[in-house]
Design a protein around this ligand. Structure first.
Ligand SMILES: Cc1cc2nc3c(=O)[nH]c(=O)nc-3n(C[C@H](O)[C@H](O)[C@H](O)COP(=O)(O)OP(=O)(O)OC[C@H]3O[C@@H](n4cnc5c(N)ncnc54)[C@H](O)[C@@H]3O)c2cc1C
Length: 368
């Protein structure tokens, strides 16, 4: 299919990757983003070789690496802090690191700058009110009262996807896992040369994301999914820091700097499209972050979707081929991540983090 009018709902990681990939194929692209500020929160993200490979294919590699910290292994520690393994990872792009840590704002800037530069039409503070698939096009009513028709619509609107609810109303809703994650930016010690993971009932990690900064994350059991008011969040996070990282706890002082998220997951086992509307990223397979692959999967989805749209003559053929290429890889990441989560919660066998990480590196090294 060539030179289509395509609407992307959601200007996050997956939606913007799709915009860039589809503009490269010559399609006219509109992105609508609900957040009028187009903001992202300030902590960082871990990405692996498959993301570097994807960034290269999108022509974004230099901009991306300029804002990131590269490293070639993951250091795994016992609960008492002892280093138990250095898990090597595959370099998938010659001359580049195997993994990176990057702040979310820096990653978002790479995608936003390119999306605007390639001429996508971006509308902020807008969402959809209704989608009416007419068979040959989709009639879209926007929240600002305007209407337009598109050849295809892509729902890249995240784990609580409105598009999913509109077109696949019988699909499941995300499940709370029983665990939450706490994140906080800290000064990066000069010798923090990689992602350092600490095993235990409270999982923890230190992630370098710039010369000056790293972030700490904690995964904690939160039975009943309690609400933590903003006031007091820093003290609450401090109280959960495991002993091995105790020296850093005193630096967690700013309630506004704590990013707290209950961990949810979803995997759509059925179709990922209906008619001319298709979903990608967290809207169809939101994983817990235990293997640091959620954003990588969303980026890969977008690239594969653009390839299949170019390859096929009908939306149904393109969208079915896209799901076929993506499903098993996404299922693997969602299930392997949930297994680590359940092990930490005592709801399943304890997973050896070093083995799980090494297995994940092998899987994501395979071509998409
Ligand atoms: C705690 C935590 C830590 C994580 N850490 C990592 C990590 O280290 N590495 C990694 O690879 N992944 C990580 N992830 C996962 C990663 O953040 C997601 O997988 C990724 O952001 C999914 O991209 P997406 O584009 O599908 O959705 P999102 O990034 O959620 O983007 C969706 C966009 O759509 C917009 N939107 C929502 N609804 C509407 C609507 N109705 N209309 C218009 N716009 C809408 C939103 O504002 C947002 O901009 C983590 C996730 C969590 C929860």
């Amino acid at each position: 299919m060539r030179e289509l009018d395509i609407l992307i709902i959601g200007g996050g990681i997956g939606g913007l990757t799709a915009a860039i990939a589809l503009r490269a194929s010559g399609h006219r692209v509109t992105v609508i983003e609900r957040d009028p500020e187009w903001s992202v929160y300030g902590v960082g993200i871990i990405q692996q070789g498959n993301v570097l490979r994807a960034m290269k294919s999108l022509g974004l590699l230099d901009d991306y690496l300029a804002g990131a910290v590269g490293f070639d292994f993951v250091a795994v520690h016992a609960p008492d802090g002892t280093l138990v393994a250095k898990v090597p990872s595959h370099r998938l792009i010659e001359g580049c690191p195997a993994n990176v840590g990057i702040s979310r704002p820096a990653l978002q800037k790479v995608f936003v700058d390119r999306t605007l530069a390639v001429g996508a039409n971006v509308r902020l503070g807008v969402t959809v009110d209704d989608l009416d698939d007419l068979g040959d096009q989709v009639q879209v009513g926007f929240s600002d009262g305007t209407e337009a028709r598109f050849d295809l619509v892509i729902g890249a609107d995240g784990i609580h996807s409105q598009t999913r609810r509109l077109v696949l109303p019988d699909s499941p809703s995300p499940d709370f896992t029983g665990q939450s994650v706490w994140r906080y930016n800290l000064p990066r010690p000069a010798d923090l040369d990689a992602l350092h993971v600490y095993n235990g009932p409270i999982g923890a990690g230190l992630v370098p994301m710039s010369d000056a900064l790293m972030y700490m994350y904690l995964t904690t059991p939160e039975p009943g999914n309690p609400h933590y008011p903003r006031a007091g969040l820093a003290a609450a996070m401090r109280s959960k820091v495991p002993a091995a990282l105790g020296e850093l706890a005193a630096q967690i002082v700013d309630d506004a700097g704590v990013v707290y998220r209950p961990l949810e997951a979803i995997l759509l086992e059925g179709p990922w499209h209906k008619g001319r509307v298709v979903l990608l990223g967290d809207a169809v397979h939101a994983t817990t972050p235990h293997l640091g692959q959620g954003a990588g999967l969303a980026i890969e989805d977008a690239i594969v979707l653009a390839e299949e749209i170019a390859r096929h003559d009908t939306p149904d053929a393109a969208f079915s081929a896209y799901r076929e290429r993506r499903f098993e890889r996404c299922r693997y990441i969602v299930e392997a991540s949930l297994a680590i989560c359940r092990g930490q919660l005592g709801k399943g066998p304890l997973v050896d983090n070093a083995q799980a990480t090494a297995a994940m590196f092998d899987v994501i090294a395979r071509p998409i």
